[in-house]
Write a protein that binds this ligand. Structure first.
Ligand SMILES: [Zn+2]
Length: 158
């Protein structure tokens, strides 16, 4: 391989991962939602470099957000991310290349990710009780509180 060939992108859709040699990249985040994802994944608590790219151009989505994290992918809670938006692409990076894409699914249950909005719910009254939501309708991506069945319309929906 000549030096010139080496500099060509090896595949279509290659992400510009910059200096990220090892970690993971969350791609195809709906534009404007990177900070919400950052908050729910508690990325601020990680002791590693996090880069947030807002309003990147995307052939698929028009505009999108991207989050790059220089941390082993084990630190990523795939259930929480799948719960927020299972259409996000998770690219695992090693030696500066994408070595794996993780598939996100809707988890059957999430614990202590969201709080029940029903003020009369036992989980709102009793302190120390886990906030548990269960997938009630996978097609509508609808979750319900385990205790009072209050529904949750999703983190990113208005
Ligand atoms: Zn409830």
């Amino acid at each position: 391989m000549s030096a010139n060939e080496k500099n060509l992108p090896s595949q279509k859709n290659t992400l510009s991962i910059g200096a990220l040699m090892e970690g993971f990249v969350l791609d195809h985040i709906a534009a404007g939602h990177a900070m919400t994802i950052y908050r729910y994944l508690k990325l601020g608590k990680l002791d590693c470099t996090v880069a947030i790219i807002k309003n990147a151009t995307s052939s698929k989505m028009g505009r999108k957000d991207i989050i790059k994290v220089a941390c082993p992918v084990d630190f990523l809670d795939l259930d929480v991310l799948g719960f927020i938006d299972h259409n996000i692409t998770v690219n695992v990076i090693k030696d500066g290349r994408i070595i794996e894409k993780k598939k996100l699914t809707l988890p059957q249950q999430v614990t202590n990710v969201i709080n029940c909005k029903n003020p009369r719910c036992i989980s709102s009254i009793e302190q120390g009780l886990d906030q548990v939501f269960i997938l009630a309708d996978p097609e509508k991506e609808l979750y319900r509180c385990r205790y009072c069945e209050e529904k949750w319309d999703g983190v990113l929906k208005k």
